[in-house]
Design a protein around this ligand. Structure first.
Ligand code: WE7
Length: 158
């Protein structure tokens, strides 16, 4: 039997237009630079159905571009299947976490490990705050948190 060592991670926030598309794009860039992107399924999603089909927030896109990263992501909502198909579901704050845990219980036998992305932060900033009503500086802070956490997450999965 052919063995598969595909790993998978789904990044999640409220609307899938600010934080989780940044995390997804940062992680894809790091996995690409490390030469392991083919080993990974990488995606992001929302707990809400508010922005389905939307492109990421323009401030987030500008922040990514400043760091040499592009994304073509369109917002989607987390599905029941995600709790079975993804090994890791990494979210941004306690509200995301409780919503994901609540939905996971509705899936009979879910297998995903549901965690805060911030739990990987060497600087121990466990919450990645919603920058929606914030400034460019708040998006930059989200970017930096995602960078530290994705690096640590990739290292423990290498
Ligand atoms: C956000 C948001 C974010 C807040 N991205 N939206 Cl107005 C609304 C209502 C339900 C779901 C979504 Cl997603 C949205 C639009 C998109 N990052 N953050 N809204 C937000 C922030 C603080 C207090 C309340 C809300 C809705």
């Amino acid at each position: 039997m052919a063995t598969t060592n595909t790993k998978s991670v789904l990044f999640v926030c409220l609307g899938n237009i600010c934080r989780s598309p940044i995390a997804e794009a940062v992680f894809r860039k790091m996995a690409t630079d490390a030469g392991v992107v083919d080993k990974w399924v990488i995606d992001s999603g929302a707990t809400s159905d508010w922005n389905i089909g939307s492109t990421p927030d323009a401030r987030g896109l500008a922040c990514l571009r400043k760091h040499g990263i592009e994304t073509n992501h369109r917002a989607r909502q987390v599905t029941k299947e995600d709790f079975m198909s993804f090994e890791y579901i990494l979210c941004m704050d306690e509200s995301n976490l409780s919503e994901l845990n609540r939905r996971a219980k509705l899936v009979k036998t879910y297998t995903a490990k549901i965690e805060l992305l911030g739990s990987y932060d060497p600087q121990k900033q466990h919450i990645i705050k919603d920058p929606y009503y914030g400034s460019d500086a708040d998006f930059e802070k989200v970017y930096e948190q995602c960078e530290r956490c994705c690096k640590a997450f990739l290292e423990v999965n290498s």
